[in-house]
Design a protein around this ligand. Structure first.
Ligand SMILES: [Zn+2]
Length: 165
């Protein structure tokens, strides 16, 4: 299975496990809490937008930059949950640090591709996107419905094959 289909399946499993899957927008903070992960909003140094860490025997922790706009914080939290989904069986990990300029890396690092794809499918599940597309919602309406940026919405639509890129 490709990284992207693995990530999509992992996101669907987590929605099944920790979210009432017909409620939107999906709240990644609630999902994190149901999975036993603490989410903190804090001022993060430099251009760090989010990070995930876990000490042995402790709960995992996600930090997101409080200065980022809400849609950005939601996506960052969903992205970090994607890193967690790949590591849930590990008692310790040093941590992932995600930077605002990290988009350039996303094509090359498999775990970032996984986390980004996971985040997109967690917030914008394929079946729900299809319903909105079929009902001829605009990109702006869909972005608002899912609580994501217009850019994330359009990027996801492209990935799902709704756009000639
Ligand atoms: Zn990442």
């Amino acid at each position: 299975m490709s990284i992207k289909s693995e990530a999509e399946r992992a996101a669907a499993n987590i929605l099944e496990e920790a979210w009432d899957s017909d409620r939107f927008p999906v709240d990644p903070v609630v999902i994190a809490e149901r999975m036993g992960i603490f989410v903190f909003e804090a001022q993060l140094p430099g251009n760090v937008s989010g990070l995930l860490r876990k000490d042995p025997g402790q709960e995992a922790e996600i930090f997101v930059d409080v200065d980022d706009p809400p849609v950005r914080r939601r996506f960052t939290t969903a992205h970090e949950l994607g890193h967690f989904a790949q590591r849930r069986d590990q008692d310790e990990f040093v941590g992932y640090i995600d930077r605002r300029d990290g988009r350039a890396q996303e094509g090359t690092k498999p775990e970032e591709i996984f986390a980004n794809t996971f985040g997109a499918h967690l917030l914008m599940p394929r079946s729900a996107v299809k319903v909105l597309v079929d009902a001829r919602n605009s990109d702006v309406q869909m972005a608002r419905f899912f609580g994501v940026s217009l850019q994330s919405m359009q990027f996801h639509l492209e990935n799902l094959g709704y756009r000639r890129s």
